[in-house]
Write a protein that binds this ligand. Structure first.
Ligand code: GSH
Length: 218
């Protein structure tokens, strides 16, 4: 066994960051233990902008994962690495059609919605930030709803939990945070409710993390 195998797994994240939550869910589904190193995206003008953190993730965003002697930023790359190197339930299905559908849904959220409503972008937008966030989340959900109607069984793609589910739940959390009416999207709403009953989604919830402020804990 290499030295890297003995190194500690560390997640640099923020309780309310949807991309950090994605990685927490993947760790929980696979039963992987890890340490959390909180990076407060708001305090001190944003701890992601410190020189120290820039060495960990030059993009100055969370999450970043230290695992097996390497550091991975980009939540989907980290999730896929975890999936490919750890036992436990597959996060990407073996079937090529289902795997493509999982990637399609994950990319729609990770490239087509979340980047347009992340903190950095909203700060640049200024006064219109809430309307801006709502617009792009709704635009994405209008595309996601008919797509999920085609692919979903119990979960986003068929009846197995996948990376698509890992992306969906934190994005719905963001939608609710920006007061998007999720009732307009019955498939998204149903999937979110089903997934939130699962332990791996509950223990990793933003309201239950080491850096969750006391008044936001449940
Ligand atoms: N594509 C990246 C990923 O999936 O990891 C996006 C990372 C990202 O946007 N992270 C947000 C962040 O760090 C939190 S969810 N925002 C703070 C900022 O941009 O200053």
């Amino acid at each position: 066994m290499s030295i890297a195998s003995f190194s500690k797994t560390v997640l640099h994240g923020y309780f309310r960051s949807s991309c950090s939550w994605r990685v927490r869910i993947a760790f929980a589904l696979k039963g992987i233990e890890y340490d959390q190193a909180p990076v407060n995206l708001i305090k001190d003008g944003g701890q992601q902008f410190t020189e120290q953190y820039k060495k960990i993730n030059p993009m100055q965003q969370v999450p970043a994962v230290e695992i097996d002697g390497i550091t991975l930023s980009q939540s989907l790359a980290a999730i896929q690495y975890i999936d490919e190197t750890r036992p436990g339930p597959r996060l990407l299905p073996a079937d090529p059609v289902k795997r493509a559908q999982v990637r399609m849904i994950s990319d729609l959220i990770a490239s087509g919605i979340q980047p347009l409503q992340n903190v950095y972008v909203l700060q640049k937008v200024g006064a219109e930030k809430i309307q801006w966030a709502q617009h792009f989340i709704e635009r994405g959900f209008q595309a996601l709803e008919p797509m999920l109607k085609q692919t979903a069984g119990k979960y986003c793609v068929g009846d197995e939990i996948s990376m698509a589910d890992i992306c969906l739940v934190p994005q719905v959390y963001n939608a609710q945070r920006y007061k998007v009416d999720v009732d307009q999207y019955p498939t998204i709403k149903r999937l979110n409710q089903t997934l939130l009953e699962i332990d791996a989604f509950q223990v990793t919830h933003p309201s239950r993390q080491p850096d969750t402020p006391v008044d936001m804990r449940t």
